[in-house]
Ligand binder design. Structure first.
Ligand code: GDP
Length: 295
């Protein structure tokens, strides 16, 4: 992931690491190259421009021109700005309520069901929780089976009602079941469509109203770049979700979604998913990601 962006930024900094004196022209060319690299990583032009304007201001304020190692100072400025762009501090899940209800939403194929399994595994093994997975996709019977297979692998129960076509009822019944069985986290995997549509939004909104979740996590495929950001906007307008999950970061993603979702919808990225195995889920730390991008 981010290989191309990392390489491009690296070569931008080389403009400040060469022999001889650094000039304002060197700094300007570096900043311009950073902007191009961001746009090529599928960052919206205005966001890339605002970003490099901030970098330019800081470079002036911190006197990059006369610094002993201008290249290193510039890397630090860009790293801090990247971390800030991606959200600054890491955002933890809200897990105090008993039971805690977590609603999972997103387009079909984004990785919702896989993430639901990974999250259940994470909460069980890392947080000592007793989760219940709920299959609330009433359109694809295969989704129920998929969740059951995942639940079986991590030994987490899966609630489903294959004959029931009312997702709100399924979610409500699942909560009753969880309370009876002492499950303290309930993860509800909802149906997804190929594109944002009114029926899907209404259904998720209805489940939300009925179960009052503590967390609504929006799952999105990081490979879809600016489309991911636009989809996030559409979901956030309707659902006012609490956090983003970026999937498929192990793939050939250019980075645009990771870099700009937080800035655009003002909601934190809470997890990144990096593979099909159930233990490839990480809490998202903006600073570590910035460090990784800058190598
Ligand atoms: P859903 O339709 O949103 O529930 O999506 P699925 O969970 O069924 O995932 C769609 C496809 O993406 C499946 O083939 C998953 O194995 C795959 N997938 C999910 N998350 C990741 C990930 O982080 N990395 C990779 N490489 N594949 C993933």
């Amino acid at each position: 992931m981010f290989e191309s962006l990392s390489e491009r930024l690296d070569s931008a900094f080389k403009l400040l690491k060469g022999e001889g004196r650094i000039s304002e022209i060197n700094v300007a060319s570096t900043v311009k190259e950073i902007r191009r690299a961001l746009v090529d990583a599928d960052v919206n032009y205005k966001i890339a421009k605002d970003f490099t304007d901030r970098v330019k201001d800081k470079a002036q304020g911190e006197k990059v021109l006369t610094a002993i190692s201008p290249g290193q100072l510039m890397v630090k400025i860009v790293k801090d700005e990247l971390a800030e762009l991606m959200g600054g501090e890491a955002a933890e899940l809200e897990l105090k309520a008993n039971p805690t209800i977590i609603l999972i939403a997103g387009l079909q194929g984004s990785g919702k069901t896989t993430f639901s399994g990974k999250l259940a595994n994470f909460l069980k093994t890392k947080k000592g929780k007793k989760p219940l997975l709920v299959a609330a996709d009433i359109y694809r019977p295969a989704a129920i089976d998929q969740l059951k297979v995942l639940g079986g692998q991590i030994e987490v129960p899966v609630y489903s009602e294959p004959e029931n076509k009312n997702a709100v009822q399924i979610a409500e019944n699942a909560i009753k079941e969880a309370k009876q069985n002492g499950n303290n986290v309930i993860i509800i995997d909802t149906a997804g469509r190929l594109a944002v549509d009114e029926a899907m939004m209404t259904e998720v909104a209805n489940i939300r109203k009925a179960v009052q979740p503590q967390e609504i996590l929006f799952v999105v495929d990081s490979m879809t770049g600016q489309d991911a950001v636009n989809t996030a906007k559409a979901f956030n307008d309707r659902l006012d979700f609490s956090g983003v999950v970026l999937t498929k970061l192990d793939g050939d993603t250019r980075g645009g979604a990771a870099l700009t979702i937080k800035y655009t919808v003002e909601k934190p990225i809470k997890f990144v998913s990096m593979g099909e195995k159930l233990d490839t889920l990480d809490v998202f730390y903006p600073e570590r990601m910035a460090q990784r991008i800058l190598g």
